[in-house]
Structures are given as structure tokens and as C-alpha cells.
Design a protein around this ligand. Structure first.
Ligand SMILES: [Zn+2]
Length: 408
């Protein structure tokens, strides 16, 4: 199975190269807009790429200094945008013809060459070298790994120009083996928290003790060093920060590896997390270090899972702690300190474990009516939970509720 990822990288560019890139973008956008103008001359809109190629290629080559591949990419962008407008018209909705204003330019393997820390890009006047801005802090992030791994082939990129800076959105792909991937997706739900950093719908808990211990040590050492107030102390604060960050990261890598192994062992093709954008609203006790850890963990899991053909995704966490994963009854009173106790059906279990199952179920509900390959069940440690609240046991078809006690 082929998996694709896009990696955004900020670029470090000299002033003269920045001018060339900017002029390239200007001419690329001009070319795309020119093709739209030719395509929509009169009542008829032409969307055939070959026809538009012969109608516009020579004109664009004459009018611009663009590389021939840029001429073709600009035309492809125009065709794509025109087709989307026509699709809108066919649905009986209004839409105006496309105009390209957002500053970007497409690159494929013929006009970009990727190296470990830089790339060379065709411009309107030869090639320029652009250096990747990868601060040490992000060296070991999944993003950097996509760039530096031989398993991920770089297939092309989009150059963006925003607020005076250039960014390269590098497209990568990898072929992954998926021998045991179930025909219909099974979901592993994951709940994040400050007592247990992660709990899965299969009932596996990763406590946050180790993480919280390091976090407190870090704050303590930083506090006492900061009181000294000297330059020496300041430098030490920074080095404490770096070594502790390294240890946090190692710990998160381990949790991520174990989470992905859990998904593989249970034949899951999806891993569902709660949405991380507003995580503090959902977990008010979380410190900035927790939020940092959750995002890192998600990134590591996404990267590692992709290699096994497992899709990692986020769902809206609304009501996932208040809802009973057994009968669906949702109420504030269901929630105890560590336990969730359903006021309607009497179901009791660990609140994080209950939430992990609900997070998995959210993904099923989101996908209802989707085409083939949509997730069908949330994996429990034995058995399966589907959107109707029924559980099934692998090989036995749908049956009653199984394996409700978490594996601690
Ligand atoms: Zn209930």
C-alpha cells in the first residue's frame, strides 16, 4: 500500500535568490491565469489538458522565462481549478472562474532536486539552492524523519511565499507492507490524560508517572538555577532543558512504539485520538509540557503507524468522558474521580478506558455512509464494539459484551 505525507519546511534563501523565486512565482501565476483566460473564451470552457497545451504552450513560453515543466504545471493547475468550477456548476451552484492569487509554484522531480538539508529549484534564471531551516529542536521529529529516511521517496513539492518567507511543502511517499490488514477497518481508540498519558480501547494503560516525575524535576532544577541569576546559571537552565527534552522524547518514542504494536497485534487499521487543537479545553489540568507531549506522541504514532499502513486520525472529543460506552447514556453524573459509573445502565469502568472506547466510536460515527474501507468496529482487548453498541468476537460474529476489565 502506498502512503503519502507532505512535509512543510521553511527555507533559508539569499536576497538575490529570493527575488528569482518571487519572479518565478509571479510568472507561474500569470501562466495559470492566462490558461484560464484562453480556456474560458466565450460560452465554452475547455478543460482538456492536451487541447489547452496546444492552445497556450507556445504563448506562455514566449511571454515568460518559465522552465517547460513549470509551463505544464501551471496549465495542470488551471485545468484542475476549471474542472472543479464546472463540477460546481453541474450541481446547480454558482461559482466564478478561477483566479490564481495565492503565491505558490509547483515543482516535480524534473525541476527540483532534494538533498539532506537543502534542495535546488528551477527559477526563471537557472537553479537556486534553498537551505532547509530545521532547528535542532525538530531534528528528531517525524517531519524531519520523513525528509531523512530512505523509505520515504520525495516526489515533488509546492513552493509557497507567505509574509516574506518561502516554504517548501515536500511531498513524500512510501510503500508499506500490509499483509494482515483487515478488509474492514478496526479502530484502536486512544484517550490522553495527565494521570495516564494514554489509555487504549483494548484496555492498556501508560501511566504518566515517569513523565510527571521528570517534569517536576525539570521545573525544580530550572527554578533553583534561575534563582542564581548568573550567566552560568542561565546557560545551565538551557542545558537542563535540552537533556530533559531528550529524555521526554525517548519516553514518548517508547509509548508510541508500544501503541503502534498494540494496534498491529489487534489487527487495527485506524488509531483514533481526540482532537489536539483545543486539548486544553478538554483536559484543563494539562500543563504546556503535557500539551507538548500529547502533540509529540501523536506525531510519533502517526509516523510509525503509517509504515504499517495504519491511519492515525483525530476526532472531536465532545462528551467522550461523560458518555457510557456500553449504553450511550451521556451525563455529567456518570463521571466519578477515576471511575465512570453509568447512571442509566450501571456500567462501571475506568473513566479513561471508557473514554478511549468512545473516541474509537466517534470515528465510526464520523464515517457512517462512507465508501468501502471505512472503519467498522472499535477494538477491545477481546471482542469488538460497533456503532450500535454491540460487540462481536473475532471469528464468532456478533455476540454479547466481552472483556470489559482493562488489562492493567
Ligand atoms: Zn450505560
Amino acid at each position: 500500500m502506498e502512503v503519502r505525507r507532505t512535509v512543510p519546511v521553511k527555507l533559508d534563501v539569499s536576497d538575490s535568490d529570493a527575488n528569482l523565486l518571487s519572479e518565478t512565482i509571479d510568472e507561474f501565476l500569470w501562466a495559470a491565469n492566462y490558461v484560464v483566460g484562453v480556456a474560458s473564451n466565450g460560452d465554452w470552457v475547455e478543460t482538456r489538458a492536451s487541447k489547452l497545451q496546444s492552445l497556450t504552450y507556445d504563448d506562455v513560453r514566449d511571454a515568460t522565462r518559465l522552465h517547460s515543466n513549470h509551463v505544464q504545471s501551471a496549465r495542470n493547475q488551471a485545468v484542475k481549478a476549471l474542472k472543479s468550477v464546472i463540477a460546481t456548476w453541474k450541481r446547480g451552484e454558482k461559482a466564478s472562474l478561477p483566479t490564481f492569487t495565492s503565491r505558490f509554484c509547483e515543482y516535480n522531480h524534473r525541476n527540483v532536486t532534494f538533498y539532506d538539508d537543502y534542495a535546488t529549484l528551477s527559477t526563471v534564471e537557472g537553479r537556486v539552492t534553498v537551505n532547509y531551516v530545521l532547528p535542532d529542536e525538530t531534528r528528531h521529529t517525524p517531519h524531519a524523519e520523513y525528509l531523512h529516511s530512505d523509505e520515504w521517496e520525495k516526489t515533488g513539492a509546492t513552493l509557497h511565499h507567505r509574509n516574506g518567507s518561502f516554504y517548501l511543502h515536500i511531498r513524500t511517499k512510501a510503500d508499506v507492507d500490509t499483509p494482515d490488514l483487515p478488509e474492514n477497518g478496526t479502530v484502536l481508540g486512544v484517550d490522553l490524560g495527565v494521570k495516564n498519558i494514554a489509555v487504549t480501547s483494548t484496555g492498556t494503560f501508560w501511566t504518566a508517572n515517569e513523565f510527571n516525575h521528570w517534569r517536576r524535576e525539570y521545573e525544580k532544577r530550572r527554578g533553583s538555577l534561575q534563582q542564581c541569576g548568573t550567566r552560568w546559571a542561565h546557560e545551565n537552565v538551557q542545558s537542563v532543558g535540552q537533556s530533559e527534552t531528550g529524555r521526554f522524547e525517548q519516553y514518548l518514542h517508547r509509548v508510541a512504539n508500544e501503541l503502534v504494536t498494540e494496534a498491529i497485534d489487534y489487527g487495527c487499521s485506524y488509531i483514533a485520538f481526540e482532537n489536539l487543537t483545543h486539548i486544553r479545553e478538554n483536559i484543563p489540568e494539562a500543563t504546556w509540557q503535557h500539551v507538548w507531549a500529547f502533540r509529540r506522541l501523536y506525531g510519533y504514532v502517526e509516523y510509525k503507524a503509517a509504515k504499517h499502513g495504519i491511519t492515525t486520525t483525530q476526532v472531536n472529543p465532545r462528551n467522550t468522558s461523560r458518555r457510557c460506552s456500553s449504553c450511550g447514556f451521556t451525563h455529567e453524573d456518570n463521571l466519578g474521580n477515576d471511575t465512570m459509573c453509568c447512571q442509566k445502565c450501571g456500567y462501571r469502568n475506568h473513566r479513561d478506558y471508557n473514554a478511549a472506547k468512545n473516541i474509537g466510536l466517534k470515528l465510526l460515527r464520523n464515517q457512517t455512509g462512507a465508501e468501502g474501507g471505512a472503519p467498522v468496529g472499535v477494538r477491545l482487548n477481546s471482542g469488538m464494539l460497533n456503532a450500535n453498541g454491540l460487540t462481536s468476537v473475532p471469528g464468532l460474529g456478533r455476540a454479547g459484551v466481552h472483556a470489559e476489565s482493562p488489562r492493567l
